[in-house]
Each structure stands twice: as C-alpha cells, then as structure tokens.
Design a protein around this ligand. Structure first.
Ligand code: THU
Length: 136
C-alpha cells in the first residue's frame, strides 16, 4: 500500500513519463510508475515501432527499467498508469501477465485527466493467472 506521499510521487512520475512516450503511430501516450516493495520508484513510457507489434507498453517499460537498474528480486507493491485522457486506461493483457510475475497482489491504479481513477488488484485483472508459483 503506497503512502499518500508515495502515491503523489507515483502519479507525478507516471505523468512525466507519459510526456516521454514515443507514440508517433497511435498518438496515444502512456506513462507508468511502479513502487517496489523496498520503496523505490521506477517509471516508463510506451515505445512504439514502425513494425506495430513490437510496441512496448509503458507498464512493461517501467518494470523492465527496474530490472535493468539492478532490481534482481523485484517485488511490486503498486503500478500507477497515467494517460492524458478523460477516462482511465487499464493495462493490456501482456502487461497484466508481466505485472503478475513480480507480484500477484500488486495494486494497479489507473489515472487520467478526468475524474475517473480505477484502483484494482492484479489478481482481479488476471484471474486464474499462470505465474512463477506454477513452475515451483
Ligand atoms: N499502451 C500502453 O502503453 N499501456 C496501456 O495500458 C495500454 C496501451 C500503449 C501501447 C500503444 O503504444 C498505445 O498505447 C496504443 O495502444
């Protein structure tokens, strides 16, 4: 559970990240910020490609950024998604699977420029998920 101060930082980081999105094809910019179980924050944006299918979403960029920064035992506490839209954006299926990998209880909060804010646990977004426990 992020503290109010952490939540504020996460929201700000997600918004800043959205401003860095590389989205020349969809023009749909997305920012994400994650909070690790040790209290660190990492951010990411969507990065598109002329070969559309290679697009990497903001949520996965943020998580991969954390791992690439040395978070060997990454455990997610929270993921905040921001889109400059009127309604909140939910993570895509691929991102749900990647979020689940690093925390089956992760809280996912989708924010936007409108009033809507969706706050849900990843196990509700991906019921009956396949994950690391299945390989143990
Ligand atoms: N996208 C994200 O980055 N995260 C989401 O939660 C939904 C979709 C991106 C992928 C693509 O660059 C653009 O939004 C339109 O689908």
């Amino acid at each position: 559970m992020p503290t109010p101060a952490q939540l504020k930082k996460l929201k700000a980081a997600a918004k800043t990240a959205a401003g860095r999105a590389y989205a020349p094809y969809s023009k749909f910019t997305v920012g994400a910020a994650i909070l690790t179980s040790t209290g660190k924050i990492y951010a990411g944006c969507n990065v598109e490609n002329a070969s559309y299918g290679l697009t990497n979403c903001a949520e996965r960029t943020a998580i991969f950024n954390a791992v690439a920064s040395g978070e060997k035992k990454l455990k997610l506490a929270c993921v905040v998604v921001y889109t400059p839209t009127k309604t909140a954006t939910a993570p895509c299926g691929a991102c749900r699977q990647v979020i689940y990998e690093f925390g089956p209880q992760t809280r996912v909060i989708s924010t936007c420029d409108g009033r809507q804010e969706v706050d849900v646990s990843i196990d509700a977004l991906l019921p009956g998920a396949f994950g690391p426990a299945d390989l143990a």
